[in-house]
Design a protein around this ligand. Structure first.
Ligand SMILES: [Mg+2]
Length: 463
């Protein structure tokens, strides 16, 4: 898998976990599965919003708000500038965010400068091992992953210490950073747990080794999962036992308690492991939020993907699709319409839109799914993405929606999905589906051999 898919997956995955877990925060165990016994792929999904703080469906919370401040400081200052970041945190806390952890609030509103505030608070209370520094550290784990184990673990400790004076929290962040570095490199973060533990300060190692042991389960936790140990322990446990991103999310949110934060931490790691394409598009498409004290900017998945690129030190490709002659929408298959980018953008807003390319600004349509497919050979998780798209299409069709499938030109990616849909629903072979679509959609483009290969791999319809 291309590294860019992992980097985007990490940042988007953490925000998705945060938003997905938020409605269940402080609830009992098992609530997620009780409410969603099977995947909810129609117009209503597991991104249900609500909870005690009344989140919008897909809205991220303080975990991601603070993570975005970390990211902005790193990118704008070109590295770790603790005074700058602390200042951003303080301004955020002063802007009355809807949710803020007690530890973080106490330190950020206490008054002393960045290099003493957290230590003073810890000195007077002796309590500072919450998960509030771990939950915001994914952007830093991406940024510092380029500089090797020692640098990233050291940075993690310094970032944590801005609000969490207990070094135990910093050691947890350091382990998380190292596991993230390994995952972004395409290796197995679970296999890296022992070597990461070797680098933990002696007095903290045993306690961390206990919650990261292969046979540890959340039932073994000795604190609530608002504490840093069971938060990372549960995230790693879910990564051990979940087969894909969605399963990791289900496992951690079903634990109850501090669901947004545990899912945020697990989502960062799982996103790095399974990649951007492994995150169900029904979740990534709706994740959004603002950062209090940082102006009115609305953050959405495309912004997070851009930011992830910047955090990985890659040049930002500015994306302006410009204005292109509209093609479609045209009904190509029963209930399934096709278009190019602007044909879809300016279509009737009651279409349920399946977007297969970058968009620039999101569409005005109420229902829009954005799948992560590039028109090249680098979609290592193409089969997973394709299945996700087809499953969503089936659910939305079953609800009676008209579906509008589009990509930039309406040719290659659109053709892939139309053909796959026919194979799935009508049992056609890849060749038959290609002929059938070509007769009805002259814009079909067949140049991407990896797409044709994916169709050949597709299983025949499941009964
Ligand atoms: Mg939160």
């Amino acid at each position: 898998m291309h590294r860019s898919h992992r980097v985007a997956g990490a940042l988007v995955g953490s925000a998705v976990g945060d938003a997905l877990g938020a409605p269940f925060e402080f609830g009992p165990a098992g609530q997620f599965t009780a409410r969603f016994p099977v995947p909810a792929r129609g117009s209503w999904t597991e991104m249900c919003g609500g909870g005690s703080l009344g989140w919008e469906p897909g809205e991220f919370t303080d975990d991601t708000q603070l993570a975005l401040l970390v990211a902005a400081s790193l990118v704008e200052r070109g590295g770790l500038d603790e005074a700058d970041l602390f200042d951003r945190f303080v301004r955020w806390a002063a802007a009355d965010p809807p949710d803020v952890g007690s530890q973080t609030r106490a330190v950020l509103t206490s008054g002393p400068p960045w290099d003493v505030a957290a230590a003073e608070h810890f000195g007077s209370t002796g309590r500072a091992a919450g998960n509030g520094s771990l939950m915001r550290t994914t952007p830093a784990a991406i940024w510092f992953s380029r500089f090797g184990t020692e640098t990233t673990m050291d940075a993690a400790r310094r970032l944590s210490a801005l609000t969490h004076g207990d070094p135990a929290a910093g050691e947890g962040c350091a382990i998380f950073h190292e596991l993230m570095r390994v995952a972004l490199d395409g290796e197995d973060p679970l296999a890296a747990v022992p070597s990461a533990l070797d680098l933990v300060a002696d007095e903290h190692r045993d306690r961390w080794a206990a919650v990261l042991a292969e046979d540890w389960t959340p039932a073994d936790a000795t604190e609530s999962n608002g504490a840093v140990w069971p938060t990372l322990g549960s995230a790693v446990w879910a990564l051990r036992h979940g087969n894909d991103f969605a399963e990791v999310m289900r496992l951690v949110i079903d634990l109850g308690g501090d669901t947004d934060t545990v899912a945020c931490v697990a989502g960062g790691l799982a996103g790095a492991v399974f990649g951007m394409g492994g995150i169900p598009s029904r979740w990534a498409s709706v994740v959004h939020g603002r950062v209090p004290g940082q102006g009115d900017k609305m953050w959405r998945v495309a912004d997070l993907q851009q930011l992830a690129t910047a955090l990985d030190g890659k040049p930002l490709q500015s994306y302006d699709p410009g204005v292109i002659p509209r093609i479609g929408p045209t009904e190509v298959l029963p209930g399934i319409w096709a278009a190019n980018l602007d044909g879809a953008r300016y279509s009737e807003t009651d279409f349920a839109v399946i977007s297969l390319c970058r968009l620039g600004e999101p569409f005005p349509h109420e229902l829009q799914r954005m799948a992560y497919i590039a028109d090249n050979d680098h979609n290592s998780d193409l089969d997973v993405v394709l299945e996700d798209v087809l499953d969503d299409m089936a659910a939305l069709r079953a609800e009676g929606h008209r579906l509008l499938v589009h990509c930039h030109g309406g040719a290659s990616r659109t053709g892939l999905v139309l053909r796959a849909w026919l194979m799935r629903t009508d049992g056609m072979s890849a060749d038959e589906a290609t002929t059938h679509v070509a007769e009805r959609w002259p814009h079909l483009g067949l140049w991407n051999v990896s797409f044709t290969d994916a169709l050949e791999r597709m299983r025949l319809p499941r009964d």
